[in-house]
Design a protein around this ligand. Sequence first.
Ligand code: MOS
Length: 725
Amino acid sequence: MKFDKPAGENPIDQLKVVSQPHDRIDGPQKTTGTAHYAYEWHEQAPNAAYGYVVGSAIAKGRIAAIETDAAKNAPGVLTVITASNAGALGKGDKNTATLLGGPTIEHYHQAVALVVAETFEQARAAASLVQVTYRRDPGAYSLSDAKPTVKAPPEDTPDKNTGDFEAAFSAAAVTLDATYTTPDQSHMAMEPHASMAVWEGDKVTVWTSNQMIDWCRSDLAKTLKIAPENVRILSPYIGGGFGGKLFLRSDALLAALAARAVKRPVKVMLPRPAIPNNTTHRPATIQHIRIGTDAAGKITAIAHDSWSGNLPGGTPETAVQQTELLYAGANRHTGLRLATLDLPEGNAMRAPGEAPGLMALEIAIDELAEKAGIDPVEFRILNDTQVDPANPERFFSRRQLVECLRTGAEQFGWKDRNPTPGQVQDGRWRVGIGVAAGFRNNLLEKSAARVHLDADGKVTVETDMTDIGTGSYTILAQTAAEMMGVPLEKVAVHLGDSSFPVSAGSGGQWGANTSTAGVYAACIKLREAVAAKLGFDPNQAQFSDGKIISGSRSANIAEAAASGPLSAEDSIEFGDLAKQYQQSTFAGHFVEVGVDSATGEVRVRRMLAVCAAGRILNPKTARSQVIGAMTMGLGAALMEELAVDTRLGYFVNHDMAGYEVPVHADVPEQKVIFLEDTDPISSPMKAKGVGELGLCGVGAAIANAVYNATGVRVRDYPITLDKLL
Ligand code: MOS
């Protein structure tokens, strides 16, 4: 189905099942341990061997010698895989560094060997016997050192200029010129990267933990130099991804290589301390922001430049994305600069671009509002735009930033805030309130699904979509139930299998809207098939209570499958509408903090997010997405930082003891309000994404609250107590 004109009224609009706060249909399996994660497919491979990854102990250079005999002779060891015996490997499209390194080493903890043994413990013990002699090359590991050397933008991300920024900025009545930094961050998904591979002849099946089944299949096939038809990927349950599992990683490749070598199933898990350096991370940024307003506080000039680093061939963190669209202003400049760094690969982490970009921009807006003498909520409203500021012909499909801010201010008690910093005391705590705007684009990707109807009236959905903890199973079931007019209990959903139709996958917060729209498209076809079988006109028929109904005639839809299941498959594809309108999601984030007067310790007291994110398909799972994201934003503001060893080139705190994330006690009160935002431009579902929006802006709202509490403006994240004293 091609989606190229605004959605009219359709069966989803009944909202009998969709938009209802249903519990997760996969909740019972997950809470009883019967949902199998990647490392848990014991019954499928009782004779599995175990692989243990040896990571490089240098960041850049070469392996001069690798001695594996001692490991091979250790108890239980079956083989040791290295680049020299793994056979010729290709390279996937999505990986920057090679997943099995050697002799060239591109980053610290790049896999250089996999020890395969009867048990995990034997593999781990033998891994310590692999002797690698390295020849270390000098590398670049400091973004701030590399920054002055980067003058031009990367070829495929040129600067964007509208009007004359420099002239308008020098003529502005009020100006802000400030630099902000965000650190490298790690996804820290609860479930580590893990895979199990089984070969049958020239076909390999890999149970893994991956957000994007089709990318994984295609990149594994390319790396193994085999046909994609010979690769099957299964990832039905995922314990969090956050962008860290968008791509094929070393666990899946090494499991496949090892299983081929030892001719039996092999499991490979990346232990927690291996993950931050072996896999990807959100790259650190240095962001330079200049904004000028006229005497009335209207932005006349806005510029945002962001520096980040990556391995050769890597991409920049697109931290200026939101600055192109969030506020009005005739004269604009955005630019990305990319330094070559020999740190592990930088890549997408939840809301790549906007998450770190708004951490900087929304402090800058707070600073500028104060300079202009305007309340920060009112300042943002004053500078709202309903069109793409660089292309005024192009409207947002819907844009309720103003409503988000107004509703939030009202609900949070903003009018009682003391605008003068450092004035409100509660015992030993200094108390402050902060606000920030949230923004994340609504991305659209093709998504396909297959649906079946059986003789019991049961509907089964199959798509290679994943559920990374987001609630995909539930909203896809809700969609099929609404479309086919059956109760939710009559729908089964099967996900995360490359033998199913290719979905948009879980990334960029596009999954909910696009994968449900794919199921919508398949269900339209299934409705037609049911109607044809039972002699109804599909354009007149309604589907309700397990029946197809037209006028006074009705029949059980199950009868259509009496002589065998009915199946239909289709996809949603997005046409010109996506180009005609700018599609984005918006939020207002409000935070109250207390800062200990003596120690500088920051405690968040209250958080509120007001979101405009299209039709909300399930308010319960959507709320869970947003409060999870708000919690992640709290981590970004106050705790999270991969500490770089700039001499040796690695992340020092590469485990959960040293890389701090928030716990329940850090988050006393979170409220989420969804505005009515049904958007006929986004898809037949009229939905958008919300999973990343919840993170966008939170960090700055906390930083602004800390400033309001203390009068100390911290521009370098995370806001640890040493920066407040
Ligand atoms: Mo998201 S960072 O595209 O999983």
